[in-house]
Design a protein around this ligand. Sequence first.
Ligand code: URA
Length: 364
Amino acid sequence: MSRIFISYRRQDSEGYVGRLYDHLVQHFDHADVFMDVDNIEPGADFVQTLEDAVAACDVFIAVIGPSWLTITDEAGRRRLDQPNDFVRIEIASALKGGQLVIPVLVGRAPMPAPVDLPDDLASLARRNAIELSHHRFGYDMHKLVDVIKSAVRTSRSGKAPADAAALRRKEEAIKALRLELVDATDSPLYAYRTKMRAFPVLGDGYADASILFIGEAPGKYEAESGIPFNGPSGDVFDEMLTDIGLGREDVFTTNILLDRPPGKRDPTADEIAYYTPFVDRLIDIIQPSVIVPLGRFAAHYILKKLDLPEKGGKISALHGKLIKAQMPYGEIHVLPMYHPAVVLYSASQKDTLRADFDKLRLFV
Ligand code: URA
């Protein structure tokens, strides 16, 4: 998904844009920095294609160079006055769509005055601009990256924190759900739980968390303690959280199954069907801004529940992708990741997991 859209005119600012792009991808995922709409299919409505590309981003950077305003087409008409001018369409749809629009002035270009802009772009002139100059490029970029990070963070974590009374209600609701799970004698894993003298594992963490992790199923250590991710995968999970400055108390962690299945087998369809209504109720109570399914079972469940186009996709293709979704309480993101246990089998996956966790910084 594109998060940062760079709009520019090749003849006007190409050199600067290359440098700008190279800096941005040091701070944001390559896949999240979008600059050339060059794959418009023959026959496709190009206005719609541009509008869709702009709508998929959170931050829109309008690079304005010395000839941005005045450049003309072959017939000598000013490009900006043409309704089919790509740059005009892009900027107009970003202004209309409510994206954060940042004019970035390069090559000593001045900020255009409203009278010099077509009506649908006039409000661009009121946006605070950032100037990128050759001699202070690093410093200016630093400022721009900070602005983008805080804008993306605000738009992603847009959750208003619960006040004290609302937080208490959430905690009470989770406690009641926990008691229901303890008494879930009709669960397919209840007999095994009692035989093993194990605990059910509803989940653990902050009742008003912005980030909700959903793993696969409790294992031996979790069933002995009643706490999710309490064994070797939990060590990996904790390390990843610590790396982004978080602890268990800042997030909420649960699983697709809330009792330990025998052996190390995969969850069955019956088990998933039994426990996921509990997970759904946890989501309704906590109302997270981002749901992080850890591993293929959780990813499959969440993407299907939310009926997202990515449902049925492989975790190897989906991990690290921020996917927008709608919940009754508002817009959220889903960020599928590999299960932390992957690192126990393949140490080289640690960097991949770490890079995916890094994206959660946007929500804290
Ligand atoms: N694996 C999981 O998916 N969840 C746990 O809680 C522990 C290991």
